[in-house]
Design a protein around this ligand. Structure first.
Ligand SMILES: Nc1nc2c(ncn2[C@@H]2O[C@H](COP(=O)(O)OP(=O)(O)O)[C@@H](O)[C@H]2O)c(=O)[nH]1
Ligand SMILES: [Mg+2]
Length: 168
């Protein structure tokens, strides 16, 4: 069975762990072939007729990460960089910190940019900022850009489907 590893990085408290929990919840109830959940971070999926083991690596923005990243990035097949839509700092860190780190450790893996906590931003004001965020995704060459909420689940089902089809 082919093994695929997805690593999730981003500033502290942007919602990385919450996103993984929501992703697992959605995928368990999917209408398409439901995967076999092994534990909180691994599942077996049927993708285009192949059976694949998907392992998700959550990360901590701590001093341990600086020791672990040399082990985890080289084993990774796709990286998800998460920021919080309500935090301009976390968006700046996508290009100031996370993208440079990912490109230096695993330059050729597909990157998915995720703007989380969409439930906290609504209305016309946000449309301007959306353009900025979308431009950031383009700047880092992200294969996909998604805005979602790990709390309300908005945006998660479509994302889970695209993620499985495109990256796994
Ligand atoms: N409103 C809102 N809060 C969220 C969302 N995702 C995560 N949170 C909250 O943000 C905090 C940090 O989430 P966590 O998943 O631990 O972030 P991590 O440090 O990146 O893993 C927690 O209090 C979550 O409940 C979201 O989409 N919307
Ligand atoms: Mg966490």
């Amino acid at each position: 069975m082919e093994k695929k590893r997805l690593t999730i990085v981003g500033d502290a408290a942007v919602g990385k762990s919450s996103l993984i929990r929501s992703f697992m919840k959605i995928i368990m109830n999917a209408e398409y072939i439901p995967p076999v959940i092994i534990d909180d971070y691994s599942l077996v999926l049927e993708v285009r007729g192949d059976t694949k083991l998907l392992l998700i690596n959550d990360t901590l923005s701590s001093r341990y990460w600086s020791k672990l990243k040399g082990l985890i990035y080289p084993e990774t097949d796709a990286v998800m960089i998460v920021f919080d839509i309500t935090s301009t700092d976390s968006l700046s860190n996508v290009t100031d910190h996370w993208f440079p780190e990912v490109s230096s450790y695993c330059p050729n893996v597909p990157i998915i940019l995720v703007g989380n906590k969409k439930d906290l931003r609504k209305g016309d004001d946000d449309k301007v900022d959306y353009t900025e965020r979308k431009a950031k995704a383009k700047r880092i060459g992200a294969r996909d850009y998604i805005e979602c909420s790990a709390i309300t689940m908005e945006g998660i089902p479509g994302f889970a489907r695209r993620n499985n089809n495109n990256f796994i």
